[in-house]
Design a protein around this ligand. Structure first.
Ligand SMILES: Cc1ncc(COP(=O)(O)O)c(C=O)c1O
Length: 552
């Protein structure tokens, strides 16, 4: 059955919903906690270490001043003393080869608290604007250690109305573009700091990238990860030889701890999206993009802390000023847009999102200073379209991409960029590190949004054959039942009736609509769950409305 656009609209207005009430599968950082963490992180200038005022990133100072490295505290006072993390993790740790560092948890000690926090590379009073030559220097330096990933025309083009080219940086060794900036920053460290080692706070891709390239370049790496960091990523960092510390309920607490430890242990703290060398390194992706695709009209870039878009925008606009650079962030943490509007980084509540890599509550000062004049616009994408994009990429592109890496496509699928119709558009798929369980949920969610996974409840007669009749109707329509359950106790209607709840697979949205029509013709009480329109790819945006689900 073909639906006209008008019918679709009517249908969606009646049925479509956003999924914001049911996305709690990722750790949900408490907003109040984030705000508290943000306050604690107020950065203050350390007057004992005057900051180099010039924008030349190669001559910027290293981390805060240190006296001679302190001798290690006795074990009982040692904040790095390994303690049980969780029974499951410890048992795994015990089985790891001995030359892989152990995971440590830490408790704040007086020694590490109350210090003035300052990252001289990211000074709010002295933003650094990265220059094009920094990116070309980075490209030259990292060439031998970073993959030049493909940037190819996608089959998805025919569905979206624009010619899409995917820059496949999820194919980097650790699964994300973060390797570019991490390697360049490590290579640019003075020898003495390379020997001493670096530290970072990250729940994911930055930690992986630093750990791997640190091992490659024989630079000791410590990463502080929040307790919400996925075990898969913690384990991978360990495999790359990093010293892992689990500290903090969110990334802000981890960062604060990492900065204190940097000062105490004389390590160089590396901000994953705002260190000037990180931004320059990420910009190398922009150089590759313009080399690989001719006549580009626009590049649609995921935005978290802003390092990637700053680097790409600088590279692309320096060479081809007419190319539009569009930022995309998660609707659940739109901190870059807020910063653009405010003219400075501002704290924005970060809620749990499928694009966890983008949940940065305050963008970087250098990233913003570099990107703001170059970015044409920044939009925020709802969760259901991120799930849809992940599904489309698996089905059509045969690519496993994490939420943060898929938001560019999500924005196009959501119809948020109608001006790109008929244009040549590059979309970086910049990360593939998604937990298998989360991937499974995303795919299911994507199928539901697509109208291919449908749930409904229906009241049928409890006489023999009542449920058989229902399943016959479904079979005749070619609908496949995934789950079915029936209950009698809570029904208020006729005592000889039974409520049947069904989850089933349909071919597509039209098929789901037909199913609902047929059932409503034959039964009095039929309630369908959520669908959302995403078939209108590349066209206008359809309103998404809430409607109560019978199963919630
Ligand atoms: C896969 C992926 N894409 C995009 C981003 C955004 O990068 P940035 O924080 O530099 O804006 C991140 C950040 O971690 C990421 O992991």
């Amino acid at each position: 059955m073909e639906l006209s656009v008008k019918e679709r609209r009517q249908y969606f207005v009646a049925h479509v919903t956003t999924s914001h009430k049911s996305t709690e599968y990722l750790a949900d950082p408490d907003d109040a906690d984030l705000a508290k963490g943000a306050e604690q992180l107020t950065v203050q200038e350390d007057t004992s270490d005057p900051i180099d005022p010039i924008d030349d990133v190669t001559s910027a100072p290293h981390s805060a001043p240190h006296s001679a490295p302190p001798s290690p505290p006795p074990p009982e006072n040692n904040p790095l003393h390994p303690i049980a993390y969780s029974a499951a993790l410890v048992s795994k740790v015990d089985r790891m080869p001995v030359d892989i560092p152990q995971i440590q948890t830490s408790e704040e000690t007086d020694e590490l608290s109350g210090e003035v926090l300052f990252d001289p590379w990211c000074d709010p009073c002295n933003p650094r604007v990265i220059q094009f030559q920094d990116i070309s220097a980075a490209a030259f330096k990292i060439k031998s250690g970073i993959m030049m990933t493909p940037c190819t025309r996608s089959h998805i083009s025919s569905m979206t109305g624009c010619q899409i080219f995917f820059k496949k940086d999820f194919l980097q060794y650790t699964g994300s573009f973060k390797e570019r900036g991490a390697r360049y920053t490590l290579l640019m460290l003075p020898e003495v700091q390379q020997k001493q080692g670096v530290i970072a706070a990250s729940a994911g891709n930055h930690a992986l990238a630093l750990s791997y390239h640190g091992q490659e370049l024989s630079i000791p790496v410590t990463v502080v990860m929040p307790i919400i960091a996925p075990i898969m990523k913690i384990q991978s960092c360990r495999q790359f030889g990093a010293n892992i510390i689990i500290h903090g309920k969110d990334i802000l607490e981890s960062r604060e701890y990492a900065m204190r430890l940097a000062k105490k242990e004389n390590l160089t703290y590396i901000n994953g999206y705002d260190h000037p060398h990180i931004i320059a390194g990420q910009g190398t992706m922009g150089l590759e993009i313009v080399e690989q695709v001719k006549n580009i009209d626009a590049v649609v870039v995921p935005v978290g802390g802003g390092g990637l878009i700053a680097g790409i925008a600088l590279a692309v606009k320096s060479l081809y000023p007419h190319i539009q650079v569009i930022g995309v962030e998660s609707e659940r943490c739109a901190s870059f847009r807020a910063a653009m509007e405010a003219g400075q980084p501002v704290y924005t509540a970060a809620k749990s999102t499928l694009a966890d890599g983008l949940a940065v509550p305050k963008v970087g000062i250098n990233s913003l200073a570099t990107a703001a004049p170059l970015v044409d616009k920044c939009i925020a994408v709802p969760e259901e379209f991120i799930a849809m994009a992940i599904l489309r990429l698996v089905e059509i592109e045969k690519a496993v991409v994490e939420g943060a890496g898929a938001v560019g496509l999500a924005a196009i699928l959501a119809g948020l960029l109608p001006e790109l119709k008929g244009k040549r558009v590059v979309v970086p798929l910049c990360g593939g590190n998604i937990d298998t369980t989360v991937l499974g949920r995303c795919l299911e969610r994507g199928l539901a949004v697509d109208g291919r996974l449908v749930k409904f409840s229906i009241t049928v007669t409890d006489r023999p054959g009542g449920i058989a009749e229902l399943t016959r109707i479904l079979a005749n329509l070619g609908v496949s039942i995934k789950d079915i359950l029936h209950e009698r106790a809570w029904l208020k209607s006729d005592i000889f009736s039974v409520e049947v709840r069904v989850m089933c697979e349909t071919r597509d949205l039209e098929h789901a609509v037909e199913l609902e029509r047929v059932l409503k013709e034959q039964y009095k009480s039929v309630h369908f769950g959520h669908f959302a329109d995403v078939t209108n790819a590349g066209g206008m945006k359809i309103d998404l409305l809430d409607c109560p689900s019978p199963f919630v």
